[in-house]
Design a protein around this ligand. Structure first.
Ligand SMILES: Nc1ncnc2c1ncn2[C@@H]1O[C@H](COP(=O)(O)OP(=O)(O)OP(=O)(O)O)[C@@H](O)[C@H]1O
Length: 632
């Protein structure tokens, strides 16, 4: 087959350019990335052979080799792992599968400082391409285990790459970098120095469970020495805490998560007894960009007796802890364990329970001992963890204990529900909250007026998931969770008898207007009543306690579910001049047409004030414009 030339996908080309004009200051990490890929390839081959003994592949000496050619100035990272077919090379190496790449590139261009750019790159697993930080030409030769022919891929990191089918490729993959001249000032070291290579391997890849070999430099005139293994190969999760440095844990995290940043926390767990396992879990420092997308691959790596079994093992942690990365190594599972078996395995369920509790107790520790770390955690992952309040009733209390929320009490000091309850005033029976799109929108909502006036604290909930968990949780410590936008508000116990009489009088005065408006707005409103919530605004809309909120209704529709349209309740502020005027006009005038428009406008204003849309925006605008004209 002749050599074929292909163009890189646009995103891949842009990414390569970024690599070459390196946004990443530490160039050494390219070696870590190539070793990481080689190690994955060895894991995959061992597993495939385990599952299919007939596979024509040699697994007797699986290893990674680093070859240095000083004269040619090349560095080769070789493995005798699974390899790639011709089609796979084109698909995996020529393109960037990650759907978020375009967004990523945009963010990268906007990230002015180098550190920001480095952090971003880390999110996207651009492993193989990082070779171009150190090389001006890269050749990859590979043969898929079980296939006869190999494939050679070459590129100078510019617009194109070539693919060629080759006959004499050994099993596995070798990546040869034609190194750029060393440039220590820009942290581009001399990678033809075995000493440098050894240092880098020790620093970044010591825990890799396969031998990484290189041939030491021969003394002048002497024969080439035997290859030397550079890494200790010790599985970090099987070693005691004292033996392992934080840096080593962090390198393992980077290897399995494809994140280039340090994790926020490392969690170790050793379970002994009838079902033995070790776990090393990591909480990342930043939420990945695709955490809320369908493509997000969750789960930890599963090993059985040190043998890698699978990536993304979903069964070991619940979906609301999907950001947690790590390794779980079980002693008593079969090497042939499949996803189907995992889903039904009693031990796996026990492990999930234990790991979940461990993660939650770690967050509790952050909260008690390290406010800053807790704040970072909750900012990045709070919205995901709150899903657990809905789905994991067993751990609901534990999750609620580590959940914090913005509140009207202070601008920048979130509170837990328990702390809220402690502060509740005598006579307050409910935990009040409001949901919406942003703090500003909910804080300024008319529904908050009476609470502000009376100094009653309200939780400000602005994540979409908040709409749902509040219903699922329902109460805490015997106190009901209550939306300030729902139901009738009875804050008046303390206002006394006089206020009660006053209200009755108003009710009589307004009865006619309320009845007439109720009929007029019947299609959207099930009742018009006087409000105890409002002190400044003229009107607001509220829901019945058991009704869906507009946001939830919208959410269900967006998910394709049929939900009946909820009619809401319009509340009027009897002390507001506009409402007083409307009542007077209603009582004095026979002609209800112009009055009807005012009623519609008042309704639309109430909807707008809570961040909604008037039913007929064009008509609303026209009516407002007409009225403004009259005031000129
Ligand atoms: N040495 C190798 N042997 C077999 N397949 C490889 C090898 N190197 C890369 N690949 C394949 O190419 C794919 C792309 O590699 P690349 O390093 O660009 O990204 P990645 O490994 O998916 O992400 P990351 O580098 O962040 O881990 C890999 O997922 C793997 O399937």
């Amino acid at each position: 087959m002749p050599t074929e030339t292909f163009e890189f996908q646009v995103e891949a080309r842009q990414l390569l350019q970024l690599m070459i004009h390196s946004v990443y200051s530490n160039k050494d990490v390219f070696l870590r990335e190539l070793i990481s890929n080689a190690s994955d390839a060895l894991d995959k081959l061992r597993l495939e052979k385990l599952r299919d003994d007939a596979l024509d592949a040699d697994v007797s000496d699986l290893h990674i080799a680093i070859d240095i050619d000083k004269e040619a100035r090349t560095l080769t990272v070789r493995d005798n792992g699974i390899g790639m077919s011709y089609e796979e090379v084109g698909r995996l190496i020529g393109t960037i599968a990650n759907s978020g790449t375009a967004t990523f590139l945009q963010e990268l261009r906007e990230a002015k400082d180098g550190a920001g750019a480095e952090g971003l790159i880390g999110q996207f697993g651009v492993g193989f391409y990082s070779g171009f930080m150190a090389a001006d030409e890269v050749t990859l030769t590979t043969r898929r285990a079980g296939e006869d022919r190999g494939t050679r891929w070459t590129s100078r990191g510019e617009a194109t790459y070539t693919l060629q089918s080759v006959e004499d490729a050994p099993q596995g993959t070798s990546v040869t970098l034609h190194l750029k001249p060393a440039d220590p000032e820009n942290q581009l070291h001399d990678y033809t120095s075995p000493w440098t290579v050894k240092e880098i391997v020790k620093r970044y890849s010591d825990f890799i469970t396969w031998p990484i070999r290189t041939v030491p430099e021969a003394a002048e005139g002497a024969e080439a020495p035997e290859p030397e293994t550079l890494n200790s190969m010790k599985a970090l999760w099987a070693r005691s805490r004292e033996e392992v440095s934080d840096d080593e844990y962090h390198e393992l995290y980077k290897h399995i998560s494809h994140d280039w940043r340090e994790p926020l926390e490392t969690i170790r767990l050793q379970a002994e007894g009838t079902f033995e396992y070790q776990a090393l879990l990591f909480v990342p420092a930043q939420a990945p960009h695709d955490l809320f997308t369908r493509e997000y691959r969750r789960g930890v790596q599963l090993y059985v007796k040190r043998v890698f079994i699978m990536d993304d093992c979903e069964e070991l942690l619940p979906p609301y802890l999907r950001f947690v990365k790590g390794v779980v190594d079980a002693q008593d599972l079969s090497l042939n364990v499949s996803r189907e078996i995992l889903q039904q395995d009693r031990h796996i369920r026990m492990m999930q329970r234990r790991l979940t509790k461990k993660v939650l107790s770690t967050v509790k520790d952050f909260m008690a001992k390290d406010a800053e770390r807790y704040a970072t955690f909750w900012r990045e992952f709070g919205a995901v963890v709150k899903e657990g309040l809905i789905t994991d009733s067993d751990n609901r209390e534990a999750i609620l204990a580590v959940a914090s929320f913005a509140s009207t009490r202070a601008d920048d000091e979130p509170t837990t529900v328990a702390q809220y309850v402690e502060r509740m005033k005598d006579g307050q029976d409910d935990i009040y909250y409001i949901t919406g799109d942003s703090r500003q929108a909910v804080e300024n909502s008319p529904h908050m007026e009476a609470f502000r006036d009376r100094g009653i604290e309200v939780l400000l909930l602005t994540d979409p998931v908040d709409e749902v968990w509040v219903d699922a949780v329902g109460e805490h410590a015997g106190k009901r969770l209550r939306s300030v936008t729902k139901g009738e508000l009875d804050l008046d116990a303390e206002d006394g008898e006089q206020a009660g009489e006053e209200r009755e009088k108003q009710a009589e005065e307004y009865a006619g207007l309320l009845g007439w408006m109720g009929e007029r707005l019947e299609e959207d409103i099930k009742e018009v009543r006087l409000s105890t919530r409002l002190t400044v605004s003229a009107a607001c809309v509220v829901s019945d306690a058991q009704d869906l909120t507009p946001a939830l209704e919208h959410m269900y529709r967006a998910m394709g579910q049929e939900v009946p349209r909820t009619r809401r309740i319009l509340e009027l502020n009897a002390d507001h001049p506009l409402v007083k005027g409307l009542n007077q006009a209603y009582r004095e005038r026979e002609d209800r047409d112009a009055l009807g428009e005012s009623a519609d406008l008042l309704h639309a204003l109430a909807v707008l004030a809570e961040g909604g849309q008037p039913k007929d925006p064009a008509r609303f605008v026209k009516l407002v414009a007409e009225r403004l004209e009259r005031t000129l």
